[in-house]
Write a protein that binds this ligand. Structure first.
Ligand code: MG
Length: 377
């Protein structure tokens, strides 16, 4: 919900150098999926109460940033200073008339609309709204390698941006406070105002390291698989790589592990690859009696080559008999180990088909699976 009739502008700070990402250029200009970090951050404000933006760019990046944002009629670009505080000061100088100003790091593209609106609401009501999360680590004060005090964690928060203020108050604070502080809440506090916290989330990270850049390119893909095999006498029953005591087993060229076949097809489908019939043809003599879990490991190697990892896999085995519940834990553990994921990311349920159809008549077993893959880079 948008908060008010107040006019709200934002100062977005993009003047850093981003040396810790190892890029050799400003991380704000790192592009993934056709968009730079800075553009993503600005797009995070879509649908909020903010109507005008001032982007503060480093002098060296000014032309590039201006070119990048030239299609945005609501945005002006200005140059920053040697410190964060100086950059904010310069941004405030060119603000269009507004009642409330949101100050935000250009390197925080994951900020949510809710957090932005909550900070604006707080600023309208109380003068300020500072995004923060409760500190989960214990923080210790050290001097010369020795701990000298341990503040009570319940009194500590980790401060992020947006930091939102009544414009007149933060402009006044920056005009009067000359010391250098690392954020706007500190400037506001030292000017005699009371910064007020609003709850944010740990997901609102500031892109700092090369690892953080990977978060930008995570892409999720879903796939499904289905398989049926006949049940015959004289074969072992193997499901999810686990041999299950039963009078009959599944018939097929390989070990006929219907569940693992459905899982492989779900993974291959999510990856946009041909199915197991193409990858492991039943005319290949090398695959006669082959372990399907071994084939699953081959599939995993193909995913790995494509920077794909398994998010989770969810499966259903359809069988009239035997009871599968006592074997589910072992099946999950075996499949999880083959895919290199935690057991909790592989779930298997079993159902009968109420004696209906070929499954219900005990002529065969079927399995279906859904897999979620995550692509990095
Ligand atoms: Mg099969």
């Amino acid at each position: 919900m948008k908060s008010s009739n107040n006019r709200v502008a934002a100062v977005v700070l993009a003047a850093g150098s981003g040396s810790r990402t190892g890029l050799g250029y400003n991380k704000m200009l790192y592009a993934s999926g056709g968009q730079t970090v800075l553009e993503r951050t600005l797009d995070a404000f879509a649908g909020t109460s903010v109507t005008d933006f001032v982007v503060v760019a480093a002098e060296a990046d000014f032309d590039r940033v201006t070119e990048l944002l030239q299609g945005r009629a609501d945005t002006v670009v200005t140059t920053g200073g040697p410190t964060r505080g100086e950059s904010v000061r310069r941004g405030l100088c060119v603000l269009p008339p507004c009642d409330v100003v949101v100050i935000h790091d250009g390197a925080r593209p994951f900020v949510t609309r809710d957090v932005i609106e909550e900070s604006i609401r707080s600023a309208v009501l109380y003068g300020s709204g500072i995004a923060a999360v409760k500190t989960t680590d214990t923080v210790e004060v050290v001097c010369d390698g020795k701990v000298i005090s341990v503040p009570d964690r319940d009194t500590l928060v980790n401060v992020q941006t947006p930091q939102t203020f009544r414009t007149a108050e933060i402009v006044d604070a920056y005009a009067r406070v000359t010391e250098t502080y690392t954020d706007d809440a500190a400037v506001y506090l030292h000017a005699g105002y009371t910064p007020r916290i609003v709850a944010s989330s740990a997901g609102n990270v500031k892109i700092t390291t090369a690892e953080d850049l990977l978060r930008l390119s995570a892409e999720e893909k879903v796939g499904m698989g289905f398989d049926v095999h006949p049940l015959v006498e004289g074969r072992p029953l193997i499901l999810g790589g686990v041999t299950i005591p039963y009078t009959r087993g599944l018939l097929g060229h390989s070990d006929a592990d219907v569940l693992t076949h459905a899982v492989m097809d779900a993974l291959l489908s999510a990856a946009g690859l041909p199915d197991i019939g193409v990858l492991f043809p039943d005319t290949d003599p090398a695959l006669l009696g082959a372990s399907s879990v071994g084939m699953l490991q081959t599939v995993m190697a193909k995913l790995c080559e494509r920077n794909l990892s398994v998010g989770n896999v969810s499966c259903v085995v359809m069988a009239e008999k035997p009871k599968l519940a006592p074997h589910i834990a072992a099946i999950r553990a075996t499949l999880a180990a083959a895919m290199g994921v935690a057991c909790g990311d592989v779930n298997v349920s079993a159902t009968t088909t109420e004696k209906l159809g070929i499954i219900g008549e005990g002529k065969g077993m079927a399995a279906s699976a859904v897999a979620l893959l995550v692509r990095h880079g």
